[in-house]
Ligand binder design. Sequence first.
Ligand code: SF4
Length: 348
Amino acid sequence: MRLATMRTDATVERILDETGQGKAPTKQDCAYLLGFHELSIEASLMRAVADALSRQRFANNGIVLGQIGLEIAACPGKCKFCSFGEGHTDFKPSAMSDEDIVANALSFTASDELYALFLMTMHTFDIRRLLKLVQILRAKIPKETQIVVNIGDFDRFQALDLKSAGVNGAYHVCRLREGTDTALLPEDRKATIRTIKEASLDWYYCCEPIGPEHSPEELAEQIYLGVEYDCFQHAAMRRVYIPSAPLASRGQISELRLAQIVAVVALATLACPGACSIAVHEPNLLGLTSGANTVYAESGANPRDTEEETSGHRGRDIHDCKNMLYESGFANLLTSPDRLVPLAEAYR
Ligand code: SF4
């Protein structure tokens, strides 16, 4: 049997070598790295280097975030990968009551381990209800736990209202093929990102939703948007196969390919001084050993799920997420900007 050659690509070696000196790969370098197959030695090297650098950069601290999907409706975003898109969704409209949302929030925060609680709506949302909810939750959950919104586009007045109510950050993405695979405009998405930055809210970003059809150049372009606007958190997420979604026939990338993209995200954010963490969606061990240090628990509605309530289905809970961080070798859980909990404690 002939063993594979152990020689590695000289350009990859040069790019990775430079990251060791703190130099981020350029957009073109990122596209070059993403052009390698996930089974190549080069891809393994990228993951190993990104893992080592991220552990150093984030002091081997992991983070668990929790998201509650507040409602379900036929969403005018019409994203062709989402189970709620108008025109193809099978879901009947529904909304969690305030009591249920509070109960979910308390369950996420009971152990005092959650860094941030995310509240997710459809593209259109009721700002008055959201503001009221944030005020209710702010009074009930630990004051250190950040509140982050994952909602449709909003303007600077709404951003300031959200901030005054107690919101610390917002997840907002100009998605891959936004405007082609969605009914939303890339310029509107970017305007909201600028609004988030101008309001001094923490901006959570992600390279998503990745499918097999996305070229290395498209991925690099989208990764770099997060770098250029200086995100607070960068991440990578694959598109999940949903049989009824219009993009189902394009298939799904492997967790190994996703981990390679996580690695490139982690390396690219060396040029992003504001980036405090790197996430992988959905939570998995390969991503957490390739440069990511953050995973999300989920409850309620989930655009990647075919069940109305994602907890107990696709959604992971806090315990699962903590377990994954421990199994991936993280030493501590960062539960707020100033508080660390040793992960090994629970396993003694
Ligand atoms: S991904 Fe978000 S904006 Fe797009 S259809 Fe789904 S809920 Fe709406």
